[in-house]
Design a protein around this ligand. Sequence first.
Ligand code: 7TS
Length: 414
Amino acid sequence: MTTFSTISPIFDVDTIRQAFPILGRMVKDKPLVYLDNAATSQKPLGVINAIHDYYTGYNANIHRGIHSLAEEATAAYEVTRHAVKQFIGAAAAEEIIFTRGTTEGINLVAYTWGRQNINAGDEIIISGMEHHSNIVPWQILCEEKNAVLKVIPVTEDGELSLMAYQNLLTDKTKLVSIVQVSNALGTVNPVKEMIAAAHHVGALVLVDGAQSAVHLDIDVQDLDCDFFAFSGHKVYGPTGVGVLYGKKKILENMPVFQGGGEMIKEVTFEHTTYNELPYKYEAGTPNIADTIALKSALDFINTIGKTKIRKHEAGLLAYATEQLETIPGLAIIGKAREKASLVSFVIKGTHPQDIGILLDNQGIAVRTGHHCCQPLMKRFEIPGTVRASFALYNTFEEVDKLITGLHKTIKMLS
Ligand code: 7TS
């Protein structure tokens, strides 16, 4: 089988792989082939060391202490906020709120802005390819407020029907909440255009950037989105830390989310006044170590550069797609014109889970199932897919291993 790695090296993948110790391990006596990056990416040494350095060097609670350790920890935590601001092109650091991840970011907006602004008869638009994290919070809100949840249909190719979207937008639309890159199909949605259309009817827009932040250049000011949520663990950072961006004016006028330490200005038994942005939304001791380490993940991406990363990943996707299409009975789910680096497929006469188990026996990690997109699976009338998702450290040889592994698997299942 042809391998492209020696033909078009975009960057030195071997050197990059050395930064990820886990990639050297064996699974079932085979070298690990990790193709489940859309679920969570592996972590470079810089991230692992940052967590170690914090706990061994300056572990302290932040924003409260006047001792040296507390000052060092606070400074490092706030440095990450500035790094995130740069990473997504926000206008100000106060617009960056640390959360546990994308799910918490979306829920924060639903429980605060949503409860304040959504009333009976109002409409919220999502799309047919949303992750459950961008469906359920709005469903809960709509049930509570007697509001209406509308869904942009997905075409057979796995794109959003923009004509249908235009028709759904009315003066009743108060919010559009859409995914930028689908975790199940890989589709890159034209969110900038969709945001402009939503603003035209006076609606706000939340962009679910869980899958896009690691692959695409993000500029929230250029997109003009009102909210943008992503997770640290999908951008080579730690689990348990994420980001919610919101436009300052909107965040300032929103009610508070959780009550407790750090989010207050003054508390009496009669009345509490709240802290300024972004602390107003960061109640309690946050995930200090992992937030600090998130900066190392962003540095890692920036050092290589998203343009190079995207080129490499696009090469992997094109090669994988081409090779998968040669497998008899295999159908790719999601053939959008613009896709990020993942491919979902089904194979006639097999169940995705069986394929996943047999690939794992060969050291190959893929995701199988509905990918937390049950309505999307229903749309395609399938129980789930096998999903191979690529990161900057994946190689063309690993794609070859996937293809060989699939051939073996199909033989075993037939
Ligand atoms: N939105 C999208 C588009 C996602 O892909 C995910 C996680 C989430 C939201 C939720 O992110 P979290 O970090 O808060 O959990 N997606 C996946 C996946 O595809 N496989 O495992 C998790």
